[in-house]
Design a protein around this ligand. Sequence first.
Ligand SMILES: CC/C=C\C=C\CC(=O)SCCNC(=O)CCNC(=O)[C@H](O)C(C)(C)COP(=O)(O)OP(=O)(O)OC[C@H]1O[C@@H](n2cnc3c(N)ncnc32)[C@H](O)[C@@H]1OP(=O)(O)O
Length: 290
Amino acid sequence: SGSFTEMSSQGGPTPPFSTLSISHPASMITHVELYRPEKRNAMNRAFWSEMVECFSQIAVDAECRVVVVSGAGKIFTAGIDLMDMSSDFIQPVGDDSARTSWNLRRLIAKYQETFSVIEKCPKPVVVAVHGACIGGGVDLITACDIRLCTQDAWFQVKEVDIGLAADVGTLQRLPSVIGSRSLVNELALTARKMYSDEAKTCGLVSRVFPDKEAMLAGALELAGEIAARSPVAVQGTKINLIYSRDHSVADSLDYMATWNMSMLQTQDVLKSAQAAIEKKSPKEVPFSKL
Ligand SMILES: CC/C=C\C=C\CC(=O)SCCNC(=O)CCNC(=O)[C@H](O)C(C)(C)COP(=O)(O)OP(=O)(O)OC[C@H]1O[C@@H](n2cnc3c(N)ncnc32)[C@H](O)[C@@H]1OP(=O)(O)O
């Protein structure tokens, strides 16, 4: 085990990835760092595929109970790589307009999956943003479970400035993240920057730290709290919270009952209840891997 300050921004991408650096700063915690600092972590073709591969591995990794995502270098991310990506969308290919449209639709769905994998991953994902978080960066963070930022962070739903309606998650997820549809509309229709103080006030982030070092230490502490608890309870909580966001209370209660009719049979309930009676911390309970 170590600390984020020791482990972040010191190496480079972790094979087989070329845009991500993966490390394990403490037991059961995986740190995914966007790693193209010289290009401000702009999201190139490799990135869009590598995130899917990375989170598919994390989803089934019994050694991981919680994930922290951050960006290497000066800022969190400059969004889509405008040099590498734009031709796919500006000059889409196909033998006629139906086929071109079909190909484009498939491509957009593929890019949507890059961030949907974060939401589909049963392990909670904490994202730590410093400096700029632009365009695709907002799509990414709205798919995460907990958002932290530094005082110098700013957020920009930039897509209208480059001539498109944001299509990989922001318009679908941001309204439930910050509640005020008026504010969402204002941000998405004008592409104005939102700074950390407003991000905190509106609920986009839950905590603001003075600098990146303090934020990563805070993220690690938070991740440690989550990792110490029953993975059956934690993963069931994430999955049911996301389910209830998208369904009625009645449907969500029904889903919950079906969920817990098997999950309540875990040994973790007995172990945790015993620890509570004995006034022990969940950190002292050895839970089986999941
Ligand atoms: C299906 C579609 C899916 C997703 C769509 C998403 C839409 C979006 O993401 S819209 C957002 C697009 N991004 C931008 O408009 C940001 C552009 N960049 C900037 O404004 C600035 O670079 C900055 C982020 C404010 C950082 O400024 P600074 O610190 O002064 O760095 P620079 O000198 O400008 O850049 C350093 C280096 O990085 C390259 N770079 C920065 N951003 C991008 C980018 N988005 N795409 C490609 N490359 C980028 C920049 O060109 C520099 O490269 P050099 O080789 O050193 O010149």
